[in-house]
Unconditional design. Structure first.
Lengths: 206, 222
């Protein structure tokens, strides 16, 4: 489904990586690893189509993602470094808008269910500026619950700032998505075990 | 597509409501600038009547320039803009939604405040009407052009000054047409030509500015 073919990334004068090839079929899991500054986030942004690779191409079902634009965005959930959580909106409003922007279920029930799943329904109507880093992360992750039908999840350091309970919950969610036939690409410094899924690893900066 | 437009407008209005103080800044600036001139010049009603449209227009222009910083920079900082680039609908639609919301928050109030401020200048009723209509047609153009500048300077240090330098030359035609419309009305000539030109400018900006903004935003994220 997703093909990363011969992709190179250049930042300033420095080549972060080049000749990267990877092909992901339905139901696959890819961990992008590497030291700080090795281009993990850059790779994810290229996969999302936010940045253009210096050379090479990312293709979805044989078509270059840079040409597909929102056709591709509809099949994609990207959780970046920034939480994309607005301080002045409540957790519920944040989730509702994030779901409306991407192709997620955004009914009131679905939103409440997603907030419950991540254990933030108690703070759902509090402005996000009163939430801790981990709680904001949970608000951002709640979108994944509503995004079961979106095939590709691209997650940048999804496990940071989360407590043990939320980490295992997220591991379950990723595992369930892969078993459903979804594709998950994530970066992580730790070796994360996802039950019921074979995890491939791309090492950058080696 | 209309759904996402509605959602974006609602979102930005909601955000503006939760940040009333920031929104009020630009409006307060408008009121202060327009009010200081009559005080500084003194009670010379002929002179005041003559300069009223120009002063109110310049104040409105500067106030809308001041408000441009709120347009994309906060969304850029917290990552929500990135999500908009990856939305299920074309970016242009989202940009249009943001521009409409921005005008409702920091353009329309200028138009509504202008008649109140015009009292200080003793402006006649017919020139006042033309002034309000010219602002109604002109402020959306200012915001559309300003949005291009704000998008182009996204993430650049000292971006507010750079935005001003970029968009001010493009603001000049709107300013000239706007003030001369009210001047024409005061001089007893029809202002229709000026207003039609302002409307034409608005149509032109409304068609091309959102496309330019969407392109600039994509470049900002490369």
């Amino acid at each position: 489904m997703l093909e990363i073919s011969n992709v190179a990334c250049v930042r300033g004068e420095r080549t972060l990586f080049s000749g990267l090839n990877c092909s992901l079929d339905t139901g696959s899991l890819l961990r992008v690893a590497g030291p700080n500054g090795s281009g993990k986030t850059s790779l994810l942004r290229i996969v999302c189509g936010l940045a253009a690779p210096a050379s090479g191409e990312v293709r979805w079902a044989g078509e270059a993602v840079r040409r597909m634009r929102e056709e591709y965005s509809r099949r994609l959930i990207y959780l970046g470094h920034a939480h994309a959580v607005k301080d002045d909106l409540t957790a519920r409003e944040n989730l509702a808008i994030a779901c409306a922007l991407s192709d997620c279920q955004a009914t009131a029930d679905a939103l409440a269910g997603a907030l419950h799943e991540l254990g933030i329904e108690r703070y759902a109507d509090l402005p996000a500026r009163f939430l801790s880093q981990g709680q904001r992360r949970r608000v951002a992750l709640a979108r994944l619950v509503a995004a079961a039908a979106v095939p590709l999840w691209v997650l940048d350091e999804p496990f940071t700032a989360l407590d043990q309970g939320a980490i295992s919950r997220l591991q379950e969610m990723i595992g369930a998505h892969v078993r459903r036939g979804g594709i998950v690409i994530f970066t992580s410094h730790q070796d994360v075990a996802i039950a019921g899924a074979v995890c491939r690893t791309v090492e950058l900066g080696t | 597509m209309l759904e996402i437009l509605r959602i974006m407008i609602r979102r930005d209005l909601l955000l503006a409501m939760r940040r009333r103080a920031e929104v009020a800044n630009a409006l307060l600036f408008f009121v202060i600038v327009a009010s200081l001139f009559p005080l500084g010049i003194g009670p010379e009603s002929n002179l005041l009547r003559l300069i009223a449209p120009g002063i109110i227009w310049v104040a409105a222009l500067l106030a809308s320039l001041l408000a441009l910083g709120r347009m994309f920079a906060p969304d850029h900082a917290d990552g929500t803009l990135e999500q908009m680039l990856l939305a299920r609908e074309p970016l242009v639609v989202i940009v249009v939604g943001k521009i409409v919301a921005h005008w409702l928050v920091s353009g329309l109030p200028l138009v509504l405040l202008a008649p109140v401020l015009a009292i200080q200048f003793d402006l006649a009723a017919d020139s006042l009407l033309i002034l309000v209509v010219s602002l109604l047609l002109g402020t959306p153009s200012l915001i559309l052009i300003g949005a291009v500048g704000a998008a182009l300077t996204l993430g650049v240090r000292g971006s507010s000054l750079l935005t001003a330098l970029l968009v001010l030359p493009l603001y000049v035609p709107v300013l000239i047409l706007g003030t001369s419309a009210a001047d024409a009305a005061a001089g007893g000539v029809t202002a229709l030509a000026h207003l039609l030109l302002l409307a034409a400018f608005l149509v032109f900006a409304a068609v091309f500015a959102p496309l330019a903004v969407a392109m600039a935003l994509r470049i900002a994220f490369e």
